[in-house]
Design a protein around this ligand. Structure first.
Ligand SMILES: *Cc1c(COP(=O)(O)O)cnc(C)c1O
Length: 362
């Protein structure tokens, strides 16, 4: 059935080998693979769980982690929750998650209670905000960091596993030797002040991996969390391709349901489109327009590129995407399938849409 997302498990395995080599062999870091970009696809998760280089399997949603917690643990991987937990989900967190990222004491207290009910110790990573301004205690507020650590160390069922930072997500701040060194500094100060050893200093996501190649990842950062670099081969700091990776791990396929020669400019007064936006049209004269049966409900139209480079995406609505196939060398027919490579947004939405089937290359 179409539309479908064809997941190439061999290529994903190749990307995993490549990022593992950089992160573990060259960077001396533990490897946390992030599964949320592909909505924790079960075949992908099984491949990741069975890969010997992977130390942690992480996702932002407990629902996703639930689906693979067992197989991850069977294979000796720790499960990790990346998004700061909701109060509403703490019971599931201590059950399915081995390490959760936290920044709020009220939530950590609840995790402590729930872990106590299960008779376990729950690991937490304290998030430090180095200026990207999403989650974490602000790095300049050292008193707040120390006060949080002091209370955490007093909680019976919580283990402070380490500290971490997230960059290049909200604020688009690029990880560098100087800002990540500040994270290492915070870790060392905590260790000194409280006489403890922190297991993990987690230096960011796919935007940090480029520092290894440049020899600029600060000494002391000992973990990276990789989603997009594994799934699509991207260094997300500068948008370069990582050595040994490919970007066509996923191919989106959609079927043509209408193919007609029509003008490129709509006729009549222009209002707003289905999403309240004022559209822009380019006059290309009479063109061959193909409608494919997939829409903005299923994918991100700005984050997909036709494999046939002579096709242009003209636009779309909830359930339709309109292509200009005029210049293509292929004589498209109704019923033909058009293929696309995806960016992060396209991957995220197609993997999450209940209307997009999955197929696998193994
Ligand atoms: C999504 C996420 C990641 C992975 O990011 P990529 O850019 O896909 O590697 C890592 N850490 C946190 C906290 C995240 O939310």
């Amino acid at each position: 059935m179409y539309p479908r997302l064809v997941v190439d498990l061999n290529k994903l395995k190749g990307n995993l080998d490549a990022v593992a080599k950089i992160t573990k062999e060259e960077g001396n870091c533990s490897l946390m693979i992030v599964t949320k970009g592909l909505c924790a696809d079960p075949e992908m998760a099984a491949m990741v769980a069975s890969h010997p280089a992977v130390d942690f399997m992480a996702d932002s949603r407990v629902q996703n982690i639930k689906t693979y917690a067992e197989i991850a643990r069977q294979n000796g991987k720790k499960t990790v929750l990346l998004r700061i937990p909701m109060h509403a989900e703490v019971a599931d967190v201590v059950k399915y998650v081995d390490l959760s990222f936290n920044s709020e004491l009220s939530t950590i207290r609840l995790l402590n209670e729930e872990a106590g009910k299960l008779g376990i110790k729950h690991n937490i990573l304290l998030m430090i905000d180095l200026g990207d301004l999403r989650e974490g205690i602000f790095f300049q507020n050292e008193d707040l960091i120390f006060a949080a650590v002091e209370e955490i160390l007093g909680l019976e069922n919580i283990n402070l596993y380490g500290v971490g930072v997230n960059l290049t997500c909200y604020g688009a701040i690029i990880p560098k030797n100087d800002n990540l060194s500040q994270l290492v500094g915070v870790a060392r100060k905590i260790e000194e002040k409280f006489g403890i050893k922190l297991e993990m200093v987690s230096g960011g996501n796919s935007s940090s991996i480029y520092l290894i190649g440049k020899g600029e990842l600060p000494e002391g950062v000992n973990n990276l969390r990789l989603g997009e670099s594994f799934l699509l081969g991207n260094d997300t700091a500068y948008g370069e391709k990582l050595p040994g990776t490919v970007s066509d791990t996923l191919i989106l396929e959609a079927q043509i349901v209408e193919l007609k020669e029509k003008p490129s400019l709509p006729i009549g007064e222009v209002g707003v489109d289905a999403f309240g936006q004022k559209p822009y049209y380019e006059d290309r004269g009479i063109i061959k327009r193909a409608i494919i049966a997939i829409g903005k409900q299923d994918t991100d139209i700005d984050s997909m590129e036709p494999l046939d480079e002579k096709i242009d995406i003209l636009g779309g609505s909830s359930d339709h995407i309109i292509l200009d196939v005029t210049k293509s060398d292929k004589e498209y027919q109704v019923g033909d399938v058009v293929q696309f490579v995806l960016g992060y947004g396209g991957m995220l939405k197609t993997a999450t849409s209940a209307y997009v089937e999955k197929a696998y290359v193994r």
